[in-house]
Design a protein around this ligand. Structure first.
Ligand SMILES: CC(C)(COP(=O)(O)OP(=O)(O)OC[C@H]1O[C@@H](n2cnc3c(N)ncnc32)[C@H](O)[C@@H]1OP(=O)(O)O)[C@@H](O)C(=O)NCCC(=O)NCCS
Length: 213
């Protein structure tokens, strides 16, 4: 039997059974934890922030709250170790965040924020919100975020999660998807290119797009 052991972890993949399922409200803390542990260009951001929940509050939990039908997790032995999250129509999602998500966080974290540089950058981000240009969303209206803990990476689960999300986006009528990647995160860029996303290099960010279906 083939055994593959991730360094420093007891989990064995692919021997362990990886379950891909829809997220539920009970997965909220797991999503926030994964977001933090993969938040710094794909690496653990835990030691870089004081407010450990901010990564999840900005990049993960709003998707579970506002677009739960597109929130999918990968679970092993009843532990959630990865997720893909998405929004079908980015302008509508951003408008809903303005109305329903950012106000509470803005009240809780007034500018200029405190803690580390990254904490303050996250506070600025939640005050600015997201305003994706229409020229992008007209062709690629949907967007996504995917993160797997190290022990689950490199075993085909990222591909399974992307496939599951794109299937839902197509079923819901989307004709294109986009996402942003930190330019330092070469591993993720290689992954998206391998999966048929088109790369566009811009100022300080790398954008990927894919037409659907
Ligand atoms: C990036 C990430 C989502 C990829 O998921 P993964 O489960 O590790 O990738 P998979 O094992 O499913 O890889 C799927 C395919 O892509 C290929 N691939 C993966 N990384 C690649 C790379 N850097 N370059 C080229 N191909 C790559 C794999 O070989 C595999 O090919 P195959 O299916 O044709 O055999 C995952 O590693 C991760 O969560 N990393 C940390 C957080 C992060 O960076 N998130 C993205 C932020 S934008």
């Amino acid at each position: 039997m083939h055994h593959e052991q991730a360094i420093g972890h007891t989990l064995r993949v692919p021997d362990a059974e990886v379950i891909i399922r829809s997220a539920t409200p009970l997965d909220r803390d797991a999503l926030a934890g994964i977001c933090l542990r993969t938040g710094h260009a794909g690496e653990d951001a835990t030691s870089l922030v004081v407010h450990g929940h901010l990564y999840g509050d900005v990049y993960a939990v709003p998707y579970l709250a506002l677009a739960p039908e597109l929130a999918i997790v990968a679970e092993v032995d009843e532990r959630v170790l990865g997720y893909v999250l998405g929004a079908l129509d980015t302008p509508s999602f951003e408008a809903r965040c303005e109305a329903e998500w950012w106000p509470t966080l803005r009240a809780r974290h007034p500018l200029p924020g405190d803690g580390s540089d990254i904490d303050r950058a996250l506070v600025r981000r939640l005050h600015e919100g997201f305003h994706t240009p229409r020229r992008l969303t007209e062709r690629y209206p949907s967007h996504l975020h995917i993160d797997l803990l190290p022990e689950l990476q490199g075993h085909g689960v990222g591909r399974r999660l992307i496939d599951a999300l794109l299937e839902r986006l197509v079923a819901a009528g989307s004709h294109g998807v986009h996402l942003g990647v930190d330019p330092r995160n070469e591993r993720a860029s290689g992954f998206y290119e391998h999966l048929g996303f088109r790369r566009h290099d811009g100022d300080g960010a790398v954008l990927f797009t894919r037409s659907l279906p």
